[in-house]
Design a protein around this ligand. Structure first.
Ligand code: NAD
Ligand code: GLY
Length: 369
């Protein structure tokens, strides 16, 4: 096994390493020790992740390293303030103090909740991410966005809080259910569209290999996405400009998740529909050539069948979009492709065009791939 890669993230608030590669978990103990004196290492995870990856985690983070484990519900519908409170209270009971380290092992839900806990518990404690889903490995564990949902919208309560270390081991993906794995592939496609034409072409060529979790294909795609996220978030930690590109597909995506009350779509699936919508907008708003739009939509649809869209009126969807963090003064803003590998952010789109795109999505929903 070759040595894992070390991808650096240098944000104004923190500098940290993303250790990435097959077998990276083997170096977790040493890397955590290098973070300095700790009065206790607390594993935050879910029952599902523990039963899928517990043995792998135990082998590397045995009782020698871990002070206690705190297990919480990682369903999207439980990604809320009540779960944050429960975890904080469990940390108090377990004796975690300001010199403790939290180790979040799981998908994006575990990471977002644990990240928010780390940001707020005793006003901030150290945090290590061990992402175990594809979404978490290529996206959510890097860049410091943490937070939870409110009934009014997705991720509306949270904080920017960078981890101190991220360990990405693709071997943990072996147990990931097929639907969860496919959900991560939409985020991988996102990186191709927003800034990496070569990755996009490679995905067009090798999507079937990736669908089969081919090691070499994953060994190429995962670090490529991490490096892009590291680059973007190092330059714009708090989303005052450049970082907005990472929201490609997310305005429609978050609204679809919200109107279905986080119970129907996997996050990546909603982003899949959102990328199709934003691509259609790109044809109108930026002059994205139709042939390129067709390539993006085809690639998204090749990942697999997306869950059916909600039967809701476009008004309900627009209301959900307006309560999203990305809207400004009630005006909706979109990231739209201009080309493959180049996007424009902050595109303001009139409601009638959004309504047309929503109808087109619904029509596409009824067509075989
Ligand atoms: P998830 O966290 O819901 O995990 C999916 C499922 O897989 C869960 O049931 C989990 O228990 C299970 N699981 C996790 N690892 C496993 C493994 N190795 N084997 C078997 N089962 C495993 O889903 P996700 O797609 O990882 O994350 C989605 C969440 O991430 C959303 O809430 C989204 O908003 C958030 N997100 C955040 C950011 C960010 O920058 N903070 C970026 C993207 C997504
Ligand atoms: N997932 C979007 C971001 O991290 O900015």
């Amino acid at each position: 096994m070759s040595a894992p890669l070390n991808i650096k993230v240098h944000t104004p608030s923190k500098r940290y390493d993303v250790i990435c590669g097959k077998g990276a978990l083997r170096v977790a103990t040493d890397k955590i020790a290098n973070l300095g004196r700790s009065t206790g290492n607390f594993l935050l995870t879910s029952a599902k992740v523990r039963s899928a990856c517990g043995r792998q985690l135990k082998r590397t983070l045995g009782s020698r390293v871990l002070t206690a484990s705190i297990v919480f519900d990682d369903r999207e519908s439980a990604k809320n303030l009540s779960t944050v409170e429960k975890v904080c209270r469990a940390l108090v009971r377990a004796g975690a103090d300001r010199k403790s380290i939290l180790i979040a092992a799981g998908g994006g839900v575990v990471g977002d909740v644990a990240g928010f806990v780390a940001a707020s518990y005793l006003r901030g404690v150290r945090l290590v991410h061990i992402p175990t889903t594809l979404v978490a490995q290529v996206d959510s564990s890097i860049g410091g966005k943490t937070g939870v949902n409110l009934p009014e919208g997705k991720n509306l309560a949270g904080a920017f809080y960078q981890p101190d270390l991220v360990i990405v081991d693709p071997l943990t993906l072996r147990t990931l259910p097929a639907r969860e794995y496919r959900s991560g592939l939409y985020e991988v496609i996102k990186y191709g569209v927003i800034g990496d034409r070569s990755l996009f072409s490679c995905l067009e060529r090798d999507l079937e290999k990736l669908l089969k979790r081919d090691e070499a294909a994953l060994g190429y795609a995962i670090p490529r996405c991490i490096a892009a996220k590291a680059r973007i978030t190092s330059r714009d930690e708090k989303e005052s400009g450049l970082r907005e590109v990472l929201n490609f597909g997310h305005t429609f995506g978050h609204a679809i998740e919200t109107v279905t009350r986080y119970r129907v779509f996997r996050h990546g699936e909603a982003v899949g529909w959102g990328m199709i919508a934003a691509t259609l907008l790109g044809v109108v708003c930026t002059g994205l050539p139709v042939a390129y739009a067709a390539r993006i939509i085809r690639l998204v649809r090749r990942v697999g069948a997306l869950p059916l869209l909600p039967q809701c009126n476009v008004r309900k969807l627009l209301d959900a979009m307006r309560s999203d963090k990305k809207s400004r003064g009630g005006r909706l803003r979109f990231v739209v492709p201009m080309d493959i590998g180049r996007v424009k952010s902050g595109a303001e789109v009139p409601d009638d065009l959004l309504s047309t795109v929503w109808s087109e999505l619904r029509a596409l929903d009824r067509k075989p791939r």
